[in-house]
Design a protein around this ligand. Sequence first.
Ligand code: UTP
Length: 494
Amino acid sequence: MAARFLFARMHASASPPPLLDQFARAGQGQVFAFWPQLREDERRVLLGQAAEINLAEVERLTHTLLGKGVVRGIDLTDLEPASYVSRPEQGGDAAAWAQARAAGEEALRAGRVAAFTVAGGQGTRLGCDGPKGTFPVTPLKRKPLFQVFAEKILAAGRRHGRPLHWFIMTSHANHARTEAFFAEHRFFGLDRARVHFFRQGRMPAVDFAGRILLEAKGFIALSPDGHGGSLRALRRSGALDLMKGEGIDTISYFQVDNPLVRCVDPQFIGWHLLRGSEMSSKMVSKAYPEEKLGHFCRQRGRLVVIEYSDLPPAMQREVDPATARLRYVAGSIAIHVIDREFVRRMTGGVQDSSADAGPALPFHRADKKIATIDAAGHPVRPDRPNGAKFEQFVFDALPFARNALVIETQRADDFSPVKNAEGVDSPRTAREDQLRQYARWLKHVGAPLATDASGLPEITLEVSPLFGCDAESFAESWSGRSPRPAVKEGLYLE
Ligand code: UTP
């Protein structure tokens, strides 16, 4: 009791921390409105949160995204479809693809490539409790997404005789649980010294006048700064320096929700390197006009991605008379290869807030219902949007990249995201797409397997990425198996 009393007296006599004054001068004094009522531990939390906020950035976003007269929407002038490198089966140059593969394999053998997963999302649509990477996704063993990637990365390291580093971006909300999950599962066989976790940044939610909102008296309403925040986080966390020290110059970026992704794809990496690209992306042909994929486009000589919600339906439906296919056919599946020093260039402002700090990703505004408190400190649960959150998107880096490149991939071997609890892009569709992939590999080696017209096998089976990651590596392992396993319900190849 005496110690508490002494502490309270000491505190009462201490002058307020400078942050309070800085916020007041920036017109954000409401953030500390309840300061006198807060306990010491609450004050520490609030100060820590406030220190994360770049007040000049919030002010700039208030003017540019919320200010009166701000025109919302996207500039669609001079837009045309982006060109891309077609796969050999679609008429692309097979020799060039072979060359790309060789270049990618060489980079992997030289240890120049790191895998990078963005896993800071909230996964609200899936409604998964805990980090999305812990969600069980494989058909038979119910392996979580993180394990699927870990085994692919392990397999790639073995294949190229060089274990890979894996960088995983988490959020404040899921960081501890992500690390604990890996520790509990002994890093799924990976060398733990090569798995690196770091948190993404957060942005404050603001009301429509740009005033930072409190979630509680001693707590600012903060949310993750989007997958584009990964570039700043790579720099701020020291990951770029670590990469440099390890001789890694090429980052293979993928999302946490896609069990089919080739975590490190030699062909893709090779194209990126041979073309001297700073950022490269994979595309699939859109399955139908309204499919919810961003569109690769060209605008005044630069590669851009226009989100499905921003491209007018009439444009999404336009057909190219020459090919009879959709004009804006190239859909983005959020798989990129990024040059390490390009990330540094794009994030100059993280350490230097001067205006000429170099290019930076723009922020997007999302109007949301934000749980907050009123001036008396009572909770407010709005039933309509009462403010905005700010997010960056990683594909917004493409227009700044030298020699930005798009290559085609086969959807069935690279993309089946788990976004929704049911329906399209759900655990069920991802499970079926994995089964179809195993069925294709088995058919390719001549194993008997009954499937329906969509290629879905009638039995449930599973192939570990350590047995095969693609048709070729599968065929190699299969031919080395003696006796050949019986293809029946419950077959697990590892
Ligand atoms: P999504 O756009 O699907 O968002 O993220 P989400 O938060 O995971 O899911 P919903 O919208 O709440 O249902 C695409 C990828 O970007 C990552 C996600 O983890 C996922 O791999 N991401 C997204 C981040 O890492 N940070 C973010 O702030 C947002």
